[in-house]
Design a protein around this ligand. Structure first.
Ligand SMILES: [Zn+2]
Ligand SMILES: [Zn+2]
Length: 475
């Protein structure tokens, strides 16, 4: 959650415009983007020039939330008070505000329109570093590993659902996490799986069998099977010698394979389900963990100590830009996928998703000029209608478009995008009329820390974390 979000949380009932240009991240990118782009182009390492979509992501982030780039105008119908809401960049990797919003929108959509009100279980799979290396580079292999994992979970569910036939299917949403909590490459899977299986019934109906008695032993068995089967896939594809695979099956304590299925959300725990989905859809970068020690050194705080935790990360601004660039997904990469009865072409998909129960939103949550969503609208249309205000309301449990003066509801009355009008209004309000200045490129290269050991932190000696899941639902 970024600083502005926390400010809103502290003042419930009031919308306060965020000031993105005051964050450590913004200042760092503003100050170093041009230098970083030039140095990447000149080949400071083997990475080569920055891809266009990454550069675009950074540039748009610098415009996100800046009034000088245009805004919407909200006005109170009661007392006439008005304020401006700057446009956002809709970024997918760098912008903390937009990636957080995407996370909330994904969780809201899945809760309202996809997942029936049934118990859910989170299944997480991580594999040894040696296999991860291949998974990170091969999307086809990633898909194969994910399907294998979910097939194994499905047969486990079937054996724990009395009365389920051999054709019964699971329903799952899978999130591929490509990064660990230290912004390091760490591919692993988080799958939200309905805790039971579905079978078709006459007249387009569907029968659900709830899982019972699925305990730690059953989860350990899934882990052992996944390990065996995945190693076989790697041997078959010529990525691993069979002797090595044989040795890896015998490694103790899972041998780097880890399956966790301990987080279960009850059917009636709507808040818990949305929290779990947000956790799975969360962006890899967390602004509130970034601190500036001095202009040349940034500290990205580690997660909680203990298993899965990792230490702080000391970075120069240019190193931070390197890390952030890696987080930007290429265009058109989906952050989550559907499996089993929820797969796009599954015959039971319509019957299962029809069991989802949308949350009651305040009527004013509909975008201006549009009626509130109706139940007979196609699902994808309804999903597109989540207004930002409605999404903020879901996180903070307040409706943010409330007049700070009189408490009445505020409405968006105009979108202002032409430069003369923007200038005129901002002058009138005493707001800056020019966007924050982006610093020009400069040398010499400053990739390395001037004195890495000064603070007692040497990034070279920090071990790369083997596991990063944190199963707490701390959102
Ligand atoms: Zn008012
Ligand atoms: Zn943004």
């Amino acid at each position: 959650m970024d600083g502005a979000c926390r400010a809103r949380a502290r003042a419930p009932g009031r919308f306060q415009p965020r000031r993105p240009s005051q964050s450590v991240l913004y200042r760092c990118i503003q100050e170093h983007l041009e230098t970083w782009l030039i140095q990447c182009r000149d080949g400071h390492d083997d990475a080569g020039p920055v891809p266009d979509y990454v550069e675009r992501e950074f540039r748009r982030y610098l415009e996100c939330g800046i009034l000088a780039h245009g805004f919407a105008r909200a006005r109170c119908g009661q007392c006439g008070h008005d304020f401006l809401i700057a446009f956002s960049c809709k970024g997918r990797g760098v912008c903390p505000s937009c990636t957080a919003r995407r996370m909330v929108a994904t969780a809201a959509h899945l809760t309202d329109h996809v997942l029936p009100q049934l118990a859910l279980r989170q299944w997480v799979l991580a594999v040894p570093k040696r296999l991860r290396y291949f998974l990170q580079r091969d999307a086809d292999l990633q898909g194969a590993a994910l399907r294998l994992f979910l097939r194994t979970v499905e047969s486990c569910l079937r054996t724990h659902c009395p009365g389920a036939g051999p054709a019964a299917r699971l329903g799952a949403v899978a999130f591929i996490h490509r990064f660990g909590s230290a912004l390091n490459a760490h591919l692993h899977f988080h799958c939200v799986v309905i805790d039971g299986v579905f079978e078709s019934a006459p007249a387009d109906a569907v029968v659900f069998h709830a899982a019972t008695g699925l305990d730690a032993n059953a989860i350990a068995q899934v882990q052992a099977l996944v390990r065996q089967r995945l190693l076989r896939v790697f041997v078959r594809r010529g990525l691993l010698p069979s002797d090595d695979a044989l040795a890896m099956v015998q490694w103790e304590h899972g041998g780097g394979f880890s399956v966790d299925g301990s987080v279960r959300i009850e059917a009636d725990d709507r808040a818990g389900r949305e929290r779990l989905l947000r956790y799975c859809a969360r962006p890899p970068f967390a602004l509130d963990r970034l601190r500036e020690l001095d202009p040349e050194r940034l500290l990205y705080e580690g997660t909680k100590p203990g298993p899965g935790g990792n230490g702080p990360l000391l970075l120069t601004p240019l190193q931070l830009l390197d890390r952030l660039a890696a987080l930007v997904p290429p265009p058109r990469v989906h952050r989550h996928r559907y499996f089993g009865v929820l797969a796009p072409n599954a015959p039971l998909r319509a019957a299962v998703t029809a069991l989802a129960v949308p949350a009651a939103l305040p009527a004013a949550a509909a975008p201006p000029g549009h009626p509130a969503p109706t139940a007979d609208e196609p699902v994808h249309r309804r999903a597109a209608r989540y207004a930002w205000a409605a999404l903020l309301a879901r996180i903070y449990e307040i409706f943010p478009l409330v007049c700070p003066r009189c408490g009445a509801e505020m409405r968006i009355i105009a979108f202002v995008t032409d430069a003369p009008t923007i200038h005129h209004i901002l002058v009138h309000l005493g707001e800056p009329t020019a966007p924050p200045r982006i610093a020009p490129a400069r040398g010499p290269p400053r990739w390395d820390l001037p004195d890495a050991r000064a603070g007692g932190l040497d990034p070279q000696t920090q071990p790369a974390p083997e596991y990063e899941f944190d199963q707490r639902l701390s959102w």
